[in-house]
Design a protein around this ligand. Structure first.
Ligand code: C2E
Ligand code: MG
Ligand code: MG
Ligand code: MG
Length: 280
């Protein structure tokens, strides 16, 4: 077919395609200076334990304050940072900053940070984290690293070795966004995970859709059977909170309970929540 068309076939770039490509290249080159120019910041979203109704920690979420474009969502720039492997350096900055910030908080509070599969595949994340733990004096059992299922894909030996070395430091490994993408229950046997975060798409459908509620319930009891805890992500309503509480999820996170906010505001949340009563 292609051969028959031969020389008569021409390749035309649509102007929008060209614009998109230029945009991407610009973001890529801007990303290269963003760390040095201190354009990154972390936002901290509170996580609550549903058995005690207490604040139990924060998830650190990366923010990029671009000098011209303003705030850029991580969903927009992390894929580019991964392709260029800049995520290795950026991710190390996230871990160091999050550990520094949390080191000054009460000892029972944990810090969760997201880890890109590229950080497992490239460089030596375990040594980086060991250095950070030493620098900050933070108890590693207070650190949770959130990975997605792609990090466990294809039984990739290098990724699994990196995870094992991280785990040997005493940190907890959490499976994020469970139920999205190419989920497979066999992923749960590849590595001894500590916790599963149930994706907000299930949590948010739960109240209206019995099938979503059934999935959340099944994942929660499966996790329990496998010796793991669960976090329900994306709780936006009191109704959703009541359902995940009834189902028996261990922890909850979402806009209803607290939005991601700068460290100063997070510290204020801690100060005001000697005992935080949530939900009905
Ligand atoms: P994630 O790890 O699943 O983080 C949860 C995302 O859901 C955050 O979006 C958070 O702001 C948002 N969220 C929390 N509660 C609610 C809610 O009640 N309703 C709704 N609609 N959304 C809620 P954010 O901060 O935009 O981050 C998006 C994703 O970017 C994260 O998803 C994570 O995969 C990635 N990401 C963020 N920071 C980092 C990082 O430092 N490193 C890496 N590799 N990825 C990161
Ligand atoms: Mg996460
Ligand atoms: Mg998540
Ligand atoms: Mg998610």
């Amino acid at each position: 077919e292609a051969k028959a068309k031969g020389r008569s076939t021409t390749c035309v770039f649509a102007p929008e395609m060209e614009a998109r490509l230029r945009d991407r290249l610009q973001i890529e080159s801007d990303l290269r200076v963003a760390l040095a120019e201190q354009q990154f910041a972390l936002a901290y979203q509170p996580i609550f334990n549903l058995e005690t109704d207490r604040l139990c920690g924060f998830e650190a979420l990366l923010r990029w304050r671009h000098p011209e474009r303003g705030l850029i969502s991580p969903a927009a720039f992390i894929p580019i940072a991964e392709e260029t492997r800049l995520i290795v350096e950026i991710g190390a900055w996230v871990l160091r900053q999050a550990c520094r910030d949390i080191a000054s908080l009460p000892g029972e509070l944990k810090i969760a940070a997201n880890l890109s599969p590229v950080q497992l595949a490239v460089g030596d994340i375990a040594t980086t984290l060991a250095d950070i733990v030493r620098e900050t004096g933070l108890d590693p059992s207070r650190i949770e690293l959130e990975i997605t299922e792609t990090a466990l894909f294809a039984d990739d030996q290098r990724n699994l070795d990196a995870l094992r070395r991280l785990k040997a430091l005493g940190v907890r490994i959490v499976l994020d966004d469970f139920g999205t993408g190419y989920s497979s229950l066999s992923h749960l046997r590849l590595f001894p995970l500590d916790k599963i975060k149930i994706d907000r798409s299930f949590v948010q459908d739960m109240v209206d859709r019995p099938d979503s509620a059934a999935i959340v319930e099944a994942v929660t009891s499966l996790a329990r059977r496998l010796g793991m805890t669960t976090t329900a992500e994306g709780i936006e309503t009191a109704e959703q909170l009541a359902v995940v509480r009834r189902i028996g999820c261990t922890e909850a996170q979402g806009y209803l309970l607290g939005r991601p906010e700068p460290i100063a505001a997070a510290l204020e949340t801690v100060r005001c929540s000697a005992r935080v009563e949530i939900g009905a």
